[in-house]
Ligand binder design. Structure first.
Ligand SMILES: NC(=O)c1ccc[n+]([C@@H]2O[C@H](COP(=O)([O-])OP(=O)(O)OC[C@H]3O[C@@H](n4cnc5c(N)ncnc54)[C@H](OP(=O)(O)O)[C@@H]3O)[C@@H](O)[C@H]2O)c1
Length: 378
């Protein structure tokens, strides 16, 4: 097994669309890293062909099998693991367990609510006892929206968050599979008085007024998202509802049908067979790497209405290049952890671990989000 003593960060799933972007930003932060994954040849090709500036990065490639033992050996000697191998509810446990066994901080790019709940309830205490960070979901969905929520919550007296998250572009291969697996195998919950309440799975598309356009946007609960989990034990907040999706209306109109057909076709299968069938369906929907993002096409919108008994605040963050935002947030988090402890150990969101103003500054300074628009009293 490769020695990682001089490479403090492991990017697991580095050959993927998001993994490559993380490597790109680690290089910009001058952080040495291991590009790890299941296929050494694919990793080498991805680094050399798809990571801008890789010839000046300090990195090594490590092929590793997806089991906790092999991953523990690889991670021993590193300080931070950045995991992009999803769906995380299926593939995350081995990586989290390897991080705990090797004494490594764990971050990933999930937006799966059920995986966040598992991390919080099953693994959080172990990480906290070891003084390690367990931060699933340091990613555009939903850290950028969390930054918007936190900007509202800088004012006291707000206990309810009504959040919209939209983006433009094509989901990647693993993102498509993740959306399907999540929709078929997990419920979606919002938060009401600090308790999880299920969204109605039959409700279909919601029509949303979103900032910056006249046409109503089509939205779904999108698996419930991360915010209800992050805020469940935050004394400032009691209620969180999130709706979102892609700006592309025809695609949004198709999503419920694709999901319903996949759920119907697989509902009586045993779990392994069901996962394989969902993988096959996802591959029919998306089986190629999307092009590199273009800020004129790939846009993000995060809007939070925060309210309380007498208070109101609204924050909007317009941004671009969602996957780049994710790559940058992951790389910055690793860079930060190499220099100072996180603000919180155990299960924590990106903002709770690194600070929302800090993360906003990072995204702004790389040109990925514009100055948030905060309106109070609205
Ligand atoms: N929340 C957000 O905003 C956000 C943003 C970006 C990504 N994500 C999530 O992050 C995940 C990765 O996305 P992506 O865009 O990087 O997808 P991707 O381009 O399809 O890459 C997936 C990566 O995972 C690896 N992989 C897949 N199955 C594996 C397995 N069984 N064992 C080991 N490695 C495996 C792939 O390796 P090979 O190259 O060998 O196939 C590749 O490195 C998805 O779940 C996606 O939903 C979320």
């Amino acid at each position: 097994m490769i020695a990682v003593a001089d490479k403090p960060v492991v990017v697991y799933g580095a050959s993927g669309y998001t993994g490559r972007l993380i490597c790109e930003y680690l290089r910009e932060y001058h952080v040495p890293f291991i590009a790890a994954g299941r296929n050494g040849g694919t990793l080498k090709a991805a680094m050399e062909a798809n990571v801008a500036g890789i010839e000046t990065a300090d990195y090594e490639i490590a092929e590793v099998s997806h089991d906790a033992g092999a991953l523990t050996s690889l991670f021993s000697g590193a300080e931070v693991v950045l995991n992009t191998v999803g769906p995380f509810s299926q593939l995350g446990p081995a990586v989290v367990e390897a991080c705990l066994a090797s004494g490594t901080h764990y971050l990933d790019t999930t937006g799966e609510q059920d995986w966040l709940v598992t991390c919080d309830e099953k693994y959080g205490a172990g990480f906290a006892a070891a003084g390690l960070l367990l931060a699933p979901g340091v990613a555009q969905m939903y850290t950028t929206g969390e930054i918007a929520a936190e900007l509202c919550l800088e004012r006291p007296g707000l206990d309810t968050l009504d959040i919209a998250v939209f983006w433009g572009g094509s989901p990647t291969i693993a993102s498509t599979l993740t959306i399907l697996v999540n929709a078929a195998l997990a419920g979606a919950y919002y938060l009401e008085q600090n308790k999880y309440v299920p969204w109605d799975p039959e409700a279909g598309l919601y029509q949303l007024v979103i900032p910056g356009q006249h046409e109503l946007a089509l939205a779904l609960p999108w698996g419930g998202t991360s915010h209800p989990v992050w805020y469940r034990r935050d004394p400032r907040v009691a209620n969180v509802k999130v709706l979102g999706g892609v700006f592309n209306r025809p695609l949004m109109l198709g999503v419920p049908q694709i999901v319903a057909a996949a759920v119907e076709a697989t509902k009586d299968m045993p779990p392994d067979e069901q996962y394989a069938a969902l993988t096959a369906t996802a591959a029919q929907v998306m089986n190629q790497m999307p092009p590199r993002e273009n800020p004129r096409v790939n846009k993000s919108l995060d809007s939070v209405h925060a309210s309380g008994p007498l208070g109101r605040a609204h924050c909007v963050i317009h941004g671009n290049s969602n996957y780049k935002q994710t790559g940058l947030l992951q790389a910055y988090a690793a860079y930060s952890l190499l220099q100072q402890p996180p603000k919180r150990v155990g299960f924590a969101s990106g903002c709770k671990a690194f600070g929302h103003r800090e993360l906003l500054g990072v995204l702004s300074s790389f040109g990925l989000v514009r100055e948030p628009v905060v309106t109070t009293g609205s």
